[in-house]
Design a protein around this ligand. Structure first.
Ligand code: AN7
Length: 354
């Protein structure tokens, strides 16, 4: 008889690094422990010796949000909350709705009307969240969620909640464990800037605890039409094909700038064209179907390489969300190579030109 496997999930695996007490319920949907996969083809295009992808798309709801959400919801339950709320460009709401369903509590999500990818809406609907489509953008929705949760007995589970950041930092622990050290560079999309904040915290803790000898340089990438940190000014009307990062006034702005400066990194903009180029490259050359926001990390590395600003070394690109989240962008992006045929050998041969 082999030993049974230890229970899955971030709360079990990283308990001693998280703000848990004996009273925190150890909930899990099997989040975390995501694969770190080495690039098969495009490291050279990015000017790197080694390029690895952290497949956060493999989390239970298909994005990195689950890592932080499990901690935020567990702590909300511990404090007696019966309901949670978030503003979201889609992935936070999908994740919040899943954990709320798992725990039998209510979930209220505020989403910018018409700007959330279809797969994410489908998730919030399937999990039974109460969905409010607001007429403003994400930034306005987050302001409303902050005020509503200050006024009503509902826990706010956006990344302004420090429990979210605590959970998300565990991805940095996993990367150091898998590589045996921190990488030289981390490439990551930046929206509300919670995730870059969490990774920088995680890498800092790894160094302090002797789990890594280096601190990576943090390279964050915003979409050009939603690049407040790059422009050093809020964007009133952000726009980008990468709707997940369509954010004009990031809540963790200061922390992202600190991560950039303390790590001698950079936060730069990539155009929608560059994002979609990387999106196709990941799918066609690496076999990785990610959502557009996730491709911003690779678009940024390609851009740095073309400018002669990468000179070897090892990078990890965080692939934050699954391509299935946004089928409309996928279908609009490619001219599908589909030929009709009868289900006979002759007909298929004719269709293939054999
Ligand atoms: C796939 O779901 O803000 O810089 O409300 O879904 O931590 O905001 C999503 C953000 C990157 C940016 N990649 O992370 C939301 C939301 C994907 C995302 C980001 C998001 P942050």
């Amino acid at each position: 008889m082999t030993e049974p496997a230890p229970p899955a999930g971030v709360l079990h695996r990283w308990a001693s690094f998280l703000p848990l007490t004996p009273a925190t319920p150890r909930i899990s949907l099997g989040e975390g422990s995501t694969p770190l996969v080495r690039a098969a083809h495009i490291a050279g295009d990015c000017g790197l010796d080694e390029l690895w992808f952290k497949l956060e798309s493999c989390n239970p709801t298909g994005s990195f949000k689950d890592r932080g959400m499990v901690v935020a919801v567990a702590k909300a339950l511990e404090s007696g909350a019966k309901a949670i709320m978030c503003a979201s460009t889609g992935n936070t709401s999908a994740s919040a709705a899943a954990y709320a369903a798992h725990c039998g509590i209510a979930c209220f999500v505020l989403v910018p009307g018409g700007k959330v990818a279809a797969g994410k809406m489908a998730q919030a609907i399937a999990f039974g969240a109460r969905i409010i489509e607001v007429s403003g953008n994400f930034d306005a929705a987050l302001n409303a969620a902050r005020e509503l949760t200050a006024k009503h007995p509902v826990a706010l589970v956006n990344s302004v909640n420090p429990d979210r950041i605590a959970g998300q930092k565990t991805a940095a622990f996993e990367i150091c464990e898998a590589l045996g050290d921190a990488p030289n560079f981390l490439a990551i999309p930046v929206g509300n800037a919670g995730n870059i904040t969490a990774y920088w915290k995680g890498f800092g803790e790894c160094a302090e605890l002797g789990r890594a000898t280096l601190h990576p340089r943090m390279f964050g990438f915003q979409a050009a039409g939603a690049a407040p940190i790059v422009n050093n000014a809020p964007v009133a009307d952000p726009h980008t094909v990468a709707t997940a990062i369509r954010i004009g006034n990031p809540a963790s702005w200061k922390q992202a700038v600190a991560a950039r400066d303390e790590s001698s990194g950079a936060i730069e903009a990539v155009t929608d064209e560059e994002i979609l180029e990387a999106y196709a490259l990941l799918a066609r050359r690496e076999g990785l179907f990610v959502e557009p926001a996730s491709a911003a990390s690779v678009a940024g590395l390609l851009k740095l390489a073309r400018a002669g600003r990468t000179h070897g070394g090892c990078a990890v690109a965080v692939l934050t969300g699954n391509g299935l989240k946004d089928p409309d962008t996928a279908l609009a992006q490619y001219a599908p190579d589909v030929t009709k045929a009868d289900a006979t050998v002759e007909s298929v041969e004719r269709a293939l030109g054999w």
